[in-house]
Write a protein that binds this ligand. Sequence first.
Ligand code: AMP
Length: 213
Amino acid sequence: MVLDHIGHIADEPMDVPVASARPGALVEPRVLLVGRPGSGKGTQGERLSARLDVHYLSTGDLLRRHIAANTSLGRSVERLVLAGELVPDELIAAIVMSCIGVGGYVLDGFPRTVEQAAALSSLASTAPNLVIELVVSPAVVISRLAGRNRSDDDIEVARRRLDLYDTETAPMLAGFERDGILRRVDGDGTVAAVEAEVWRETMRALEGTLLVN
Ligand code: AMP
């Protein structure tokens, strides 16, 4: 029941698997994939979660599914998502916290603000142990966004989303950098090259603390 924690819009839950703890793991991998729109978070997030065998959650995909299914949550966030604005911190934090359970995860698109990061880190069982920023050059971002067919990739809206990354998400990354859990990966290369680098950084950061094959 995805939306149990948020009362008035809990009437139309979407089907999102809840992660569970795996017996035997020393530390569950809890990884955030962060990056500008078009940085490849979705593609890399799915691959990394498959390799780590943990739950993958993309908040953008989840919200788009709600909008497409015309749920009450979808209706309440549609205007914001189409305009490239962020949905309220408390709302998205409640949704994510109800989805991730106590197991490992790869999160794509959450947290995006200092407040969302504080909510995620408020419990030892949900706090991330690795944050990977996919760093992409402006030319690559523009060509990737132009090649997609999403209504929030319209040029004005994409510009707003890029601005919000700088004003809201970059300060959040500074906090993770101070905590010593931020790694940066060059996201300009091919999918396979970026995947290899993401995996190398993940192993470098978490090896010895995880039971990962
Ligand atoms: P994404 O696919 O991650 O780029 O997300 C698409 C849109 O969903 C964003 O532009 C926001 O409108 C909304 N969204 C996704 N994740 C969040 C979040 N963590 N906080 C606020 N809004 C979000």
